[in-house]
Design a protein around this ligand. Structure first.
Ligand SMILES: Cc1ncc(C[n+]2csc(CCOP(=O)(O)OP(=O)(O)O)c2C)c(N)n1
Length: 659
């Protein structure tokens, strides 16, 4: 090991960090300066990576969970030869730059996941390590084509957040031996010392989760490398390496102060620090020895990379079937061999049940599909009956058992999607989507193809009562940009919605499904399946007019059809539109939208949830058959009567509205 080169590179990280934060007049110098040596060791000695091929599937993953320390990552990506220039670093935090305030997936080459919301990154990493193990089980022979580590740098904030506890607990249970977390224990957060709010023994906690725990000084290079070796040597447990560090280590007067966490050090302190570090007091000056160090490492990286390419080629020749499977898993979802089920008109079936039938029918043809529920699989109907459980002893299983850990489930699913080769789905009751909202938001922000199976999607859950009855949840989910919310109205629509979800590459999809049976209804638009691509279609046409259009989603489409029948001669002039996806409808061609919901027609909206957001479809003078209150604990039929969600009650309201 080139100790001097490593130290010089650590100095370069400190210089780049101080200068970039100072120039931007905002940012977080403390963590990058405190972890500079570790960062250099990661990018110089520990990671198996290729700066020239940042998407290499068998690279080690590195997740900077403490995303506010983004300058650590940017400095290292620059120094180790990723396409991130010094000018990019000079543009830190500026509009359109690829050095945004926090690492953004897709914006900067080499950034493995978007971090910033603390606790998410380490939980994503658990998902990455799960994906690695699943794929290793599927593909490795006497040749290991999938064989990499997932490394994380997490701070006090990450380990205080509940989501990291959920994810770490599952990682311990699953014995993810190739997950290695460095804990930057500088005992400082924004408000001051961790003594203010964080006094548990983190090592003991992780031991209790089933992790191997180690400890080192953050500036003892040989000590860190030794711990990494020990961590790699433990194949049956994830490892936590607690590093005793000093925030803003190296700063002349401010090292150890919480004031370095999230503010520029100031010109005077920077000048004094550079003097102490023995570098010129000029901005963005990188010691030549630092550059030389990383240049000298490139040959080793390249050899490992080329060795893998060679092994992969051999493996492909020896295992043509596995290779075909590989291409299928890492390529775009191909549904041509998927045997989607069909359903009879008049058949009564809950859409959650139809969803389970779809999942099981298509699973053989979509090998990358893997996922599960937060302990509600029997209710969510998400079990893949023929594909076993993913456990420590059965990594070939495709059924995840996330335990009752919704938030981590969301973050882990994001990590699985980020890894590649796995298309994750996860499930719970719609009402508990709140517990995983921060991770759903990140999936949408990153454009990840995660599928959420949210069942029991209305007050018609019934007896479990208001705590279990979603009311505002559809609106809250629809408020997230780039999240598609699909609410099928019967088993047939469920099939079509699953197809939409599976084919969506640029973002996550919610399937909102019923607990209760819904009748498969005849669809008057014979191109209805195609028109779901526009978010809505005519389920029942008016004989004249239409005088009114009833727009409904999910379970309320049957209600609208029944109400129309109740309305007798009035109903003849009423069109019923099924709208499983509002977002798709709002981006459909205007002509189609106008045709479906003519401007001059009166509008009625039916959805068992709050009306918020529906004005974009039905305007402000529509009749709203919605629920603007919490639910009740009672049999579903009684709740429907109580809230006016019966065909008779709706028909009465429509009659009054139209007269
Ligand atoms: C979920 C979440 N809550 C709050 C914040 C705001 N925040 C950013 S950094 C930070 C303190 C983190 O402390 P630590 O992890 O010790 O980082 P260090 O001070 O060592 O840089 C907080 C509260 C956040 N980014 N994410």
């Amino acid at each position: 090991m080139q100790i001097q080169g490593i130290q010089s590179a650590a100095t370069a990280v400190r210089v780049l960090t101080m200068d970039a934060v100072q120039k931007a007049n905002s940012g977080h110098p403390g963590l990058p300066m405190g972890c500079a040596e570790l960062g250099v060791l990661l990018y110089g000695e520990i990671l198996k990576h290729n700066p020239g091929d940042s998407r290499w599937i068998n690279r080690d993953r590195f997740v900077l969970s403490a995303g506010h320390g983004s300058m650590l990552l940017y400095s290292l990506l620059h120094l180790s030869g990723y396409p991130l220039s010094l000018d990019d670093i000079r543009n830190f935090r500026q509009m359109g730059s690829n050095t945004p305030g926090h690492p953004e997936y897709g914006q900067t080459v080499g950034v493995e996941t978007t971090t910033g919301p603390l606790g998410q990154g380490i939980s994503n990493a658990v998902g990455m390590a799960i994906a690695e193990r699943m794929l290793a089980a599927a593909f490795n022979t006497d040749k290991n084509v999938i064989d990499h580590y997932t490394y994380v740098l997490a701070g006090d904030g990450d380990l205080m957040e509940g989501v990291s506890a959920e994810a770490s607990s599952l990682a311990g249970h699953l014995g993810l031996g190739k997950l290695i977390v460095f804990y930057d224990s500088n005992r400082i957060t924004i408000e001051g010392s961790t003594e203010l709010a964080f006094s548990e023994d983190v090592r003991k906690r992780y031991e209790a989760y089933g992790w191997q725990t180690l400890e080192a000084d953050a500036y003892d290079i040989a000590g860190i490398m030794k711990r990494v070796e020990t961590a790699r040597g433990e194949t049956g447990r994830p490892s936590l390496i607690l590093l005793h560090s000093t925030i803003a280590k190296g700063a002349a007067n401010m090292a150890g102060s919480h004031q370095t966490h999230g503010a520029p050090l100031g010109a005077e302190e920077i000048a004094a620090t550079k003097k102490a570090l023995g570098v010129p007091d000029e901005p963005f000056q990188i010691p030549e020895q630092a550059r030389e160090y990383f240049r000298s490492r490139a040959e080793d990286w390249d050899k490992v990379y080329r060795d893998w390419q060679r092994i992969f080629e051999l493996w492909s020749k020896e295992n043509p079937e596995k290779r075909r499977d590989w291409d299928r898993r890492f390529g775009a979802v191909d549904l041509k061999d998927a045997a989607f089920p069909s359903f009879e008109q008049g058949q009564a079936m809950a859409t959650r049940k139809a969803s389970g039938a779809v999942l099981n029918a298509i699973a053989p043809a979509v090998p990358q599909l893997a996922g599960g529920s937060a302990d509600l699989a029997p209710s969510n109907n998400t079990l893949l009956k023929d594909f076993g459980s993913f456990q420590k002893a059965s990594p070939e299983g495709r059924n995840m058992h996330f335990g009752i850990r919704e938030h981590a489930m969301g973050a882990i699913a994001n990590g699985m999607a980020l890894h590649g080769g796995v298309l994750p789905y996860c499930a719970t009751f719609l009402v508990f989507s709140d517990y995983m909202r921060p991770s759903i938001r990140l999936a949408a922000l990153m454009g990840l193809p995660v599928i959420y199976v949210f069942t029991h999607d209305s007050v018609f859950v019934g007896e479990d009562g208001p705590t279990h009855e979603p009311v505002e949840h559809l609106a809250a989910l629809r408020a997230i940009p780039n999240l598609l919310v699909l609410r099928p109205a019967d088993a047939e629509e469920t099939v079509r919605c699953w197809r939409t979800a599976l084919e969506r590459a640029g973002g996550p999809t919610v399937l909102s499904l019923t607990r209760q049976n819904l009748t498969v209804f005849p669809k008057e638009d014979d191109r209805w399946a195609e028109h779901i691509g526009y978010g809505a279609y005519i389920a029942s046409e008016a004989e004249a007019g239409p005088e009114a259009v009833m727009v409904a989603t999910g379970s309320e489409v049957n209600l609208a059809l029944d109400a129309k029948a109740e309305l007798g001669s009035v109903g003849k002039k009423i069109r019923v539109v099924s709208m499983p996806c509002r977002e798709l409808f709002l981006t459909a061609p205007e002509q189609y939208r106008r045709k479906l919901i003519p401007q001059e027609a009166r509008k009625v909206l039916l959805e068992s949830g709050i009306a918020q957001g529906w004005a974009s479809v039905v305007g402000t003078d529509a009749l709203l058959v919605t629920i603007e209150r919490f639910g009740e604990s009672a049999p579903a039929g009684k709740i429907a009567e109580h809230l006016g969600f019966t065909a008779q009650a709706v028909a009465e309201r429509v009659k009054t509205f139209l007269s």
